[in-house]
Design a protein around this ligand. Structure first.
Ligand SMILES: C[S@@+](CC[C@H](N)C(=O)[O-])C[C@H]1O[C@@H](n2cnc3c(N)ncnc32)[C@H](O)[C@@H]1O
Length: 225
């Protein structure tokens, strides 16, 4: 099964039973791409690529994410792992919100993209992956992965925040087995779903944008709901 709901993730979450999801891998809107004057907004034209809820203040973000993390906690199985991408600016906020929702911190992984982006000063070469669990974390499957992972940015992207398959593969392999169910509440280009499906995991995603959902509908065997 590999399905995408074109709706607010809170609506999708309300469809799930308690303790039914084996792993969450997600990337909430956080970088302010829509914000005017953002440095390094990449090749994606801001007017063409509006990212839903991407320009919230810190307080607005807290109010937005709180009920979503609470619902994720309800639907995840005991011991399951939650991965949440974030940048250095939102890292503290995001970690606090996860803890407030009762998740336990397991680690913080630095994704080293190999090259820094636009701007000046300490130009951004990394993103962070918060690794949390519901209760005591299940044992990870891989023994040889450090908490700095170097992989190139995604190529041939259709989404400004698209994550690379090589990185997602490590998370899927480390935290799930074939047949497990992975959920991504902020699916974007569906990179998580496509990686999970290629690795014989079941997957469900939610995405508000019709445009990104349409690209998923064109994807082989992807079911758009
Ligand atoms: C940072 S992007 C995810 C990018 C994704 N990781 C990828 O590799 O393409 C966040 C996505 O969440 C979507 N989004 C924002 N608020 C949402 C909500 N309440 N429910 C579902 N999707 C939402 C946005 O439209 C955006 O595409």
């Amino acid at each position: 099964m590999c399905s995408l709901y074109n709706e607010d993730c809170l609506q999708t979450l309300s469809r799930f039973e308690d303790n039914s999801i084996d792993c969450v891998i997600t990337d909430p809107p956080y970088s302010g791409l829509n914000a005017k004057g953002k440095v390094g907004a990449s090749r994606f034209d801001q007017s063409e690529h509006h990212i839903e809820f991407d320009d919230m203040s810190e307080r607005a973000f807290l109010l937005f994410i709180k009920p979503i993390f609470r619902e994720l906690y309800r639907v995840m199985k005991l011991g399951s792992h939650l991965y949440c991408f974030t940048d250095w600016k939102q890292l503290r906020n995001m970690a606090d919100c996860l803890e407030l929702a009762s998740f336990k911190i397991v680690n913080i992984v630095c994704w080293d993209k190999g090259h820094f982006g636009m701007g000046a000063g300490y130009r951004s070469q990394s993103e962070y992956l918060l690794v949390f669990s519901k209760g005591i974390p299940n044992t990870f499957n891989l023994k040889n992965v450090g908490n700095v992972i170097k992989t190139a940015r995604a190529k041939d992207t259709i989404h400004p925040h698209q994550k690379p398959t090589d990185l997602l593969k490590i998370l899927v392999e480390n935290s799930t087995l074939e047949g497990d169910l992975i959920y991504d509440p902020f699916a974007g280009s569906c990179s998580t779903l496509k990686t999970a499906k290629a690795m014989n995991r079941n997957c469900i995603g939610s995405e508000l944008s019709k445009e990104y959902c349409q690209s998923f509908a064109n994807y082989e065997n992807g079911l758009l709901l």
